[in-house]
Every structure is written in structure tokens, then in C-alpha cells.
Design a protein around this ligand. Structure first.
Ligand code: BYC
Length: 315
């Protein structure tokens, strides 16, 4: 009888747009879905630092270098807010990291592609952060309080990231012929992987229906992908460049851009660990974790020392 009441209270809160908080009763599957999504999101932020960190030492000016360092640091911060939000659901950070390092937990497919030129920093900012914003702004209204609140700050920072990327591409597009070509080449390589970030088509997305009922997700994968394509198809004109899709065309009837076929086989391959950089990315994460063990040990020892000093002072 008690459970029935709790289920009803939970369902009413979802209906009435009242946030679910960590100590509230929630269905086990709701908790598991959130742990899965939030931890994979956190892993994406942390793994997402790697492709950009690759260019910090080679940024073309001091201003570009300082901005890129700040952006990469922001991604670390996003990872930390998200790990903290997931911890409120009764999973430890150690457990989440174990799942990442063993390959059990996913992270966004996009970070398994290499960053070959400086223009890739522009394309990542414009397209990857742009796709992230499109997906994450609705998550600020997610039914789970800690996730929704973490997303508000993350989205503000993502918006700065997106603009810095667009500005890099705009500068290159107004530069020499070779610079313009470098910008176009980066867009050509990042476009399709960016639109894959939204996940499988709705009819192949096993989690969407339930996640939308629980108001974890507010829009489906295809709805968000379409919004993103519509925005980019206009923005690319300002750059004087093109998106690499011959079928991209405004449809007067639907009031959206039609677009070409996504290579879902490539998506599946990358998600299943066989993308161009999967192995390299995971190895780098595991090594960073192992190399950082002394920092965690020192912090834990310091905390113990402080605690025992405080206890002695009270006694
Ligand atoms: N890559 O039923 P579906 C960033 C998986 S970080 C890999 O549609 P769902 C940034 C999915 O997990 C951006 N896997 O799932 C950082 C599921 O697998 P499992 C990260 C993907 O959860 C640094 C299966 O496919 N953003 O922007 O309803 C620098 C079935 O999919 C992908 C987030 O994490 C993918 N692209 O919807 C710069 C946002 N797509 O778990 C930028 C939060 C799907 O059953 N996450 N899968 O094994 C979400 O909004 C949702 O989880 C998704 C997927 C839309 C991604």
C-alpha cells in the first residue's frame, strides 16, 4: 500500500513539474536511467577534454591559447558537477570511473575522432558545442533536480564555447585561401559525427519513450537533430562555407531542412569501441587516473589529519 502511495506521489510530481530530489522516493528504473545518462554525460565531458587539449601547445596566438585552456578547464568542471549529481543517486565516483575504464559505460561518440588541424578547434566549438547546447538546454528542465541545476551553469559555459569556435572559423574563413580551405576541411570531417551526437533515430532509440514520459528528456533525438541542422544550415552561410551534404535543402512544406542519409554503421562502430581514437582515448583516461593516484592519496591523508586534529581539539 505504501509503495502505491509513493508511486502516485512520484507520478504527480512529474505531472506537476515538481522536481524529484535525491531523498524522494523514485522508481528503481528512473534512478538507473539517470545514473546511466548522467554518468555517461560526465564521462563525455572528461574524455572530451582530450581532443582539444591536443592543441593547447599549438594555439596560434596567446589569446587563442588562454581561451582554449579556459574552455578545456570548463569541461573538467562540467564533469565534476555531473559526477556530483550522479553521486546523489547512490553510486560512487569510483564505481562510475571503473565502468568508464573497463569500457562498460559509454561516452559521446564524437570524442573518438582525431583533431588534425587548428581549424578543428573551431569546428568542435561551433558544431560539437553547438549540438551539446541544443541537447542540453532542454535538460535544464529535466525532472531530476540536481541534474537540471547542474545543466544551467553548464549551458551558460557551452554558449561561450560555441561562440569561440564560430569565431575561430570566421577568422579562418576570412583569411588566406589555405586557411579558408582548412576551415572547410574541418567542417567536412566534423559535420556528420556532430549530427550523430543526438543518438539513433527515434524508432531505434530504446530509452527515449520512457525518458520522455519521466521528463528526463523533453525532445526526441530526431527533433533535436532537426533543430540543430536547421540552425547550422543558416549559420554556415555567414562563414561563406558549406555543409558536406548534397541533399541539404530547405523544404517549404515542412519548414525544415531536408538532409542526407546518416551512416549509422559508422555510428554503431564508434559506439562499440571501434572508432578512429577509442583505444587512444580510453588509454589516456586510465593513465591519467593512475598517474593521479598520489594526489587522491595525499588529499585523503590531509583530510584524515585535519579530522583527527579537530577531534583532539574538541576532546
Ligand atoms: N554516443 O536510447 P538512446 C559535450 C547510446 S559532452 C555514444 O537514444 P538515450 C562536450 C545511449 O547511451 C556531450 N553513445 O539513449 C564535452 C544508449 O546506450 P546504453 C555529451 C550514444 O540516453 C567536451 C544507446 O545509444 N552529452 O558536449 O535516451 C567538449 C541508445 O540510445 C550516443 C550528453 O551526454 C552517442 N552520440 O539518448 C565539448 C547529453 N547516442 O546506455 C563538448 C546527455 C546514443 O543503452 N545525454 N548513445 O548502453 C543524452 O541526452 C542522451 O543520453 C542521448 C542518448 C541523447 C545522448
Amino acid at each position: 500500500m505504501q509503495i502505491i502511495n509513493e508511486e502516485k506521489i512520484f507520478a504527480d510530481k512529474i505531472d506537476e513539474e515538481i522536481k524529484i530530489e535525491p531523498k524522494d522516493w523514485m522508481p528503481d528504473q528512473y534512478r538507473k536511467t539517470l545514473i546511466r545518462q548522467i554518468s555517461q554525460h560526465a564521462h563525455s565531458e572528461i574524455v572530451g577534454m582530450l581532443p582539444e587539449a591536443n592543441w593547447i601547445t599549438r594555439a596560434p596566438t596567446l589569446r587563442r591559447k588562454a581561451t582554449l585552456i579556459a574552455k578545456v578547464q570548463d569541461e573538467a568542471g562540467h564533469g565534476l558537477y555531473l559526477y556530483s549529481a550522479a553521486e546523489t543517486l547512490n553510486i560512487s565516483r569510483d564505481e562510475m570511473l571503473k565502468q568508464l575504464h573497463s569500457g562498460k559505460a559509454k561516452y559521446s561518440s564524437i570524442f573518438n575522432y582525431p583533431t588534425l588541424t587548428w581549424a578543428d578547434m573551431g569546428a568542435i566549438g561551433w558544431l560539437v558545442d553547438g549540438a551539446a547546447i541544443m541537447n542540453q538546454v532542454p535538460l535544464c528542465r529535466c525532472s531530476y533536480g540536481p541534474y537540471a541545476r547542474a545543466m544551467i551553469r553548464i549551458c551558460k559555459e557551452e554558449s561561450f564555447h560555441q561562440r569561440q569556435g564560430f569565431e575561430i572559423l570566421l577568422t579562418l574563413s576570412k583569411g588566406s585561401k589555405a586557411q579558408k580551405q582548412m576551415a572547410q576541411d574541418a567542417i567536412n570531417r566534423w559535420w556528420w559525427p556532430s549530427i550523430m551526437m543526438f543518438g539513433p533515430n527515434d524508432d531505434a532509440s530504446p530509452h527515449s519513450k520512457q525518458s520522455m514520459e519521466w521528463k528526463i528528456k523533453r525532445f526526441s533525438n530526431d527533433e533535436l537533430r532537426q533543430k540543430f541542422i536547421d540552425v547550422c544550415a543558416e549559420q554556415v552561410k555567414i562563414l561563406g562555407l558549406v555543409l558536406p551534404d548534397e541533399k541539404l535543402k530547405w523544404n517549404e512544406e515542412t519548414k525544415h531542412y531536408d538532409f542526407g542519409e546518416i551512416n549509422w554503421e559508422e555510428f554503431r562502430n564508434v559506439v562499440n569501441g571501434n572508432g578512429p581514437c577509442n583505444k587512444e582515448r580510453l588509454e589516456a583516461r586510465v593513465k591519467a587516473h593512475e598517474d593521479g593516484a598520489w594526489v587522491r592519496d595525499a588529499a585523503a591523508a590531509y583530510s584524515e589529519k585535519r579530522k583527527s586534529r579537530e577531534q583532539k581539539a574538541v576532546a
